[in-house]
Design a protein around this ligand. Sequence first.
Ligand SMILES: NC(=O)C1=CN([C@@H]2O[C@H](COP(=O)(O)OP(=O)(O)OC[C@H]3O[C@@H](n4cnc5c(N)ncnc54)[C@H](OP(=O)(O)O)[C@@H]3O)[C@@H](O)[C@H]2O)C=CC1
Ligand SMILES: O=C1OC[C@@H](O)[C@H](O)[C@H]1O
Length: 402
Amino acid sequence: MASLVQRLYRIFVPPSQPPKVEDSSNPPIKFGILGAANIAPPALILPAKSHAEVIVYAVAARDQGKAKNFAKKHSIAKVYGGSNGYQQLLDDPEVDAIYNPLPNGLHFEWTMKALLAGKHVLCEKPMADTAEEVKQMFDLAEKKGLVLLEAFHYRFHPAIQRAKAVLDSGELGKIKSIDLKFTAPAGAMKDSDIRFNLALGGGAMMDLGCYSLNCIRYLSSSDPTSVVSAIALPLKSANIQETKIDRAMSTTLALPNDVLASMEVDLSMPWEFFPPKLFKMWVVVKCEGGDVEVQNFVLPTFWHSIKVSNKVGGTTTKRVEKVYKFADAHIDDHSKALDLGEDWWLTYRYQLEAFVDKLKGRTPQTWVTREDSIANMQWIENIYEKAGIGSRPRSNYVLPAQ
Ligand SMILES: NC(=O)C1=CN([C@@H]2O[C@H](COP(=O)(O)OP(=O)(O)OC[C@H]3O[C@@H](n4cnc5c(N)ncnc54)[C@H](OP(=O)(O)O)[C@@H]3O)[C@@H](O)[C@H]2O)C=CC1
Ligand SMILES: O=C1OC[C@@H](O)[C@H](O)[C@H]1O
């Protein structure tokens, strides 16, 4: 308990940094945030405090008062509000990079507009509503020579990379099956939440499912070969054929080499008291010679465990690993990785490090590629298709003639 308190203290009170002074040989990257979204403080504002090359310079919100309050609370210099606020922020020549934490259904439109305005974009997950949109987003970024990243923050943390390194090492033999659960408790989100709004790209498969699918694809180093089954549950007693909103989704995926993966995501899981379990965020990979279980693969900084069971002969040996920084990860894929990070770094801080490295022309420790983001979105669509409720509606935004 004491160590969790210490950890929370270190996460939320990062050590003071040298003042961010203008250095013409290495100017800081000035971020603008589209929307005063709940996720913006943990995902960008807090991590930026410990990154010497980042300034959160501007925020835009649809309501001027909300924008001002948010800017004041987070010491953000420039504020844009009102119906044209997002575009005004994009047109600000001081802004180098955009953080897009708008609802999923608006990711395409505003990322495209940001790219057209010449800004790099860190876009929240899932990147859009359809794979075709994601492809167009990367095409435009590439054409403009800009950096675009889908914010799969958990991939930048050493914990999940360590779990993958164990699997890739061959220590446990070939993968046989994968089981993953990612759930939030009933009551955690209001019915009016963006996650339950089809026009805004809602649904459990979009929200929690995009990570879960990405994690299965990442750990297995493969894409599914088919969706064996997908069962969507509605919010409360809604008719899911009318709402098309999955409160929960249970999916079985076939992967190459006869591997089966099961994935359960739920935005409103009934409470479990014995033993008490509000959130589930775990993945178990069963292999020929043992298994790996990762608890809390999404937000490992707070707490996580990587349990490895290794069957050799008739004996099973068990070990538990916890990896908060790359120095402890035993991953040799990149020399910089060896001393990257602090044990209080959030996944978002690791992600910011990589994003800035990419912008500055350095090699990031890891990256989520264009191919990865497009394939992830395509399989989300395939799962919705199998569940009988179809993809989320495509954006109406039409790119102006160039
Ligand atoms: N990486 C992570 O760990 C997490 C990522 N996310 C992702 O971030 C995004 C935002 O999630 P979250 O911060 O929880 O959501 P919020 O509802 O808090 O924020 C969404 C923002 O979108 C803006 N917005 C613009 N148009 C609309 C509209 N029509 N309806 C509602 N909001 C609108 C609002 O901005 P304004 O201030 O202008 O009104 C609002 O602040 C999603 O894509 C989600 O998947 C969410 C949580 C965690
Ligand atoms: O990390 C997360 O956990 C809660 C979700 O609803 C959110 O969108 C997701 O990104």
